[in-house]
Design a protein around this ligand. Structure first.
Ligand code: ADP
Ligand code: MG
Length: 243
C-alpha cells in the first residue's frame, strides 16, 4: 500500500517439492507495489502451492522470498503481513458480519472504538454496511464472499493473496465480483496476487499475468503482451490466442 520503489514481493528461484514430487521449479517473479498480478495455468500446475509458499503455509525447498524488501524465507505466516482469501470462505457461523470482519482486529487487541470504525469503513467499501448485524447463514453467496474479503481488508496487509475466490459462485455473480474486486483494488491501491484457472478472469483483471505450466513460468507480461505476443504455443493455446 506504500508507493516505495521496493518490490512488494520478490521470489528468487523458488522451488517446492513434496517428498519426491517436484511441483515448483525455480520461480522468479517480482511484483510492484499496487500491482494486480494474476497467476494462471491449468489445474495441478502449482498455483495454489505457489500461493501457499508465499503465505508461509508451505515451507519452500529452494530459493528465497522477500516482502517489501525484507527476506521472509522460513518465517511463519503470522510474521509475513499477508492476508489470504480462499475459494471456500468459512465464516464463523455464530458471529455477526461485523464480528466476522472485526475478528482479526480483536485478536490483535485493537481498541474497540477504532476496530468498529475500521469495520464500518471496510463494510462501506464492500457495500455490505447494511448487513453488519446479520449472521452468515442469512447472506447470499456473493455477500459471504464480500465478508471474507472484508476480513482480509481490515488488516491492511502488505499483500493480498486470492486463491480462486470466485469459483464457487455462479457465472453472473462471478462477473459482478470481478468488477467489485477491481474496484476495491483501485480504491485501496492494494498489492494483489490472484490465482485463477480462468483465462478471461486473468485477462480482465490483471495488470500483469504469470502463465504457469508444470511448475515452470511460461511467460510474464501484461494482458496485451500475453495475448499479442505469446512466448510459446502453450501460452498461445491456453490463453486463446492464435499460435
Ligand atoms: P493448482 O492449484 O495449480 O491446481 P496445486 O498447487 O494444488 O495446483 O498442486 C500442484 C501439484 O502439487 C499437484 O500435482 C498436487 O497433487 C501436488 N500437491 C499439492 N499439495 C500437495 C501436498 N500437500 N502433498 C503432496 N502433493 C501436493
Ligand atoms: Mg489450486
Amino acid at each position: 500500500m506504500d508507493s516505495g520503489d521496493q518490490a512488494a514481493l520478490r521470489a528468487e528461484g523458488l522451488s517446492k517439492s513434496f517428498g519426491g514430487l517436484d511441483v515448483l521449479h525455480g520461480i522468479d517473479i517480482e511484483i510492484g507495489s499496487g500491482e494486480f498480478l494474476v497467476l494462471v495455468g491449468p489445474s495441478g500446475c502449482g498455483k495454489s502451492t505457489l500461493l501457499n509458499c508465499i503465505a508461509g503455509l508451505e515451507e519452500i525447498t529452494g530459493g528465497r522470498l522477500f516482502i517489501d524488501g525484507r527476506e521472509v524465507t522460513g518465517e511463519p505466516p503470522k510474521d509475513r503481513d499477508i492476508a489470504m482469501v480462499f475459494q471456500s470462505y468459512a465464516l464463523y457461523p455464530t458471529m455477526s458480519v461485523a464480528q466476522n470482519i472485526g475478528f482479526g482486529l480483536k485478536i490483535r487487541r485493537v481498541p474497540k472504538a477504532e476496530a468498529e470504525a475500521k469495520v464500518r469503513e471496510v463494510a462501506g467499501l464492500l457495500q455490505i454496511d447494511h448487513l453488519l448485524d446479520r449472521l452468515p447463514a442469512q447472506l447470499s453467496g456473493g455477500q459471504r464472499q464480500r465478508v471474507a474479503m472484508g476480513r482480509a481488508l481490515v488488516r491492511e496487509p502488505a499483500l493480498f493473496l486470492f486463491d480462486e475466490p470466485l469459483s464457487n459462485l455462479d457465472a453472473k455473480l462471478r462477473v459482478e465480483m470481478r468488477a467489485e474486486i477491481k474496484r476495491i483494488h483501485a480504491a485501496t491501491g492494494a498489492t494483489i496476487v490472484y490465482v485463477t484457472h480462468d483465462q478471461i478472469e486473468a485477462m480482465t483483471m490483471a495488470t500483469r499475468i504469470v502463465v504457469l505450466k508444470g511448475g515452470h513460468v511460461q511467460q510474464i507480461g501484461t494482458p496485451e503482451e500475453i495475448y499479442d505476443r505469446p512466448a510459446n504455443t502453450f501460452v498461445a493455446d491456453f490463453m486463446g490466442a492464435p499460435p
